[in-house]
Write a protein that binds this ligand. Structure first.
Ligand code: PMP
Ligand code: GLU
Length: 377
């Protein structure tokens, strides 16, 4: 096998979730709080648009960049957020994950350093490794809303990855922190990959896109997608907005690998962006209620966690080895959670709980978590 493939491990989030599904199939009362996947059915008008596209015969190859209708909808979306994007800046991909993979493959090579905040989502590091780059982990400050990135920039730094709201933290980074990242990026001629996939799922604070700051559009690769906002994980639809030179090279990779995202799925994406946004508001309101239930339960157990301001994760310190803890939580209490060690270097006693599951499941999970904490403390 290639060094490239051997250098990475399977995605922890997806493997734990598969294990949970297997146990559920065996009839065990599993509650899956491992994977970050909305449990809502995709809104009907989006499903209908895909069916209509199929019935109309939209079953052929599409342009590599994506269908013009969706590219235009993305340009409109960017305009509404104060950004000025043209067709040449947009690429539609099969999931945001593939946009990240292509962006890193297009820009990073041997010798390049990529700054990741510790903890960060599980797939950034493997993408950098596959591109032969080197990850430099930067710890967060107390409170998780700042990080001393400036101390870790070297002449080899090529990219800083920012993910706000953050997976796994749930933190929405304050404007001051993003402005600091902007200054560092501009002063050191560094790219920023801004993964904004949770931008609409915000409960506290205000989401700010770093791409909107002066001088940033020309060095930002903005990543977003439909999985989380519109409950469309299985559809595989995401996109990037980036400087033309970067999308040009991402397109080359896309044209020789997946060609483009599935044709009729792209029509569903147009319906998602152009249709009524009430479905998003309803889902976000429900996530908020679920977060409050989980937070209250964790408070009662006296557990410490990162400020849960957005996305649908709580990152919790359980005070003991999280690999063993998660294994016991699944095997004894049938609750699947992701160990903190999957997200970086400094969180071996933390776990991530995804509250993209029903209120009832969250209540049950709190009781079961309490059982394990009581019997192991
Ligand atoms: N970025 C982050 C931070 C995520 O949590 C996810 C979840 N899958 C993705 C990107 C990729 O999303 P998708 O490929 O489903 O669009
Ligand atoms: N992003 C989600 C998570 O972190 C989905 C799984 C994945 O793609 O990693 O759980």
């Amino acid at each position: 096998m290639s060094r490239r493939a051997k250098s990475i491990q399977p995605s922890a989030t997806l493997s734990i979730s598969s294990k949970a599904k297997e146990l559920a199939k065996q009839g065990k009362p599993v509650i899956d709080m491992s994977v970050g996947e909305p449990d809502f059915i995709t809104p009907k008008h989006i499903i209908d648009a895909a069916i209509e596209a199929l019935n109309e015969g939209r079953t052929f190859y599409t342009p590599t960049r994506g269908i013009p209708e969706l590219v235009d909808a993305i340009i409109d979306w960017a305009r509404q957020r104060g950004m000025d994007a043209g067709v040449e800046n947009v690429i539609v991909t099969p999931g945001a994950k593939y946009a990240i993979f292509e962006a890193i493959m297009a820009t990073i090579e041997e010798g390049d350093e990529v700054i990741l905040l510790d903890p960060s989502w599980v797939s950034y590091e493997p993408c950098v490794q596959m591109a032969d780059g080197r990850v430099v982990w930067v710890p967060h400050n107390e409170g998780f809303e700042d990080a001393p990135i400036e101390d870790y920039v070297t002449s080899k730094t090529k990219m800083i990855v920012v993910n706000s709201p953050s997976n796994p933290l749930g933190v929405v980074y304050p404007k001051e922190f993003l402005k600091k990242v902007r200054d560092i990026a501009i002063d050191n001629n560094v790219l920023v990959l801004s993964d904004e996939i949770y931008d609409r799922i915000v409960f506290e604070g205000e989401f700010t896109s770093i791409a909107r700051f002066d001088g940033m559009q020309e060095r930002t690769i903005l990543i977003n997608g439909f999985s989380k906002t519109y409950a469309m994980t299985g559809w595989r639809l995401g996109f990037a907005i980036a400087p033309e030179e970067i999308t040009k090279h991402m397109l080359r990779i896309q044209s020789h690998s997946v060609s483009h995202p599935t044709s009729f799925v792209q029509y569903a994406g147009v319906a998602a962006f152009k249709g009524d946004q009430k479905c998003v508001e309803e889902m976000v309101a429900e996530f908020r209620v679920r977060r409050d239930i989980l937070r209250e339960g964790l408070d009662e157990m006296g557990l410490r966690y990162a400020p849960p301001e957005g996305a649908f994760y709580m990152f919790v310190d359980v005070g003991r080895d999280s690999m063993t803890f998660c294994q016991e939580l699944l095997e004894k209490e049938y609750v699947a959670a992701t160990p903190g060690s999957a997200f970086g270097k400094a969180f071996s006693t933390w776990i991530r709980l995804s509250y993209a599951t029903s209120r009832q499941n969250i209540c049950k999970a709190i009781d079961r978590l309490g059982n394990l904490i009581k019997c192991t403390s």
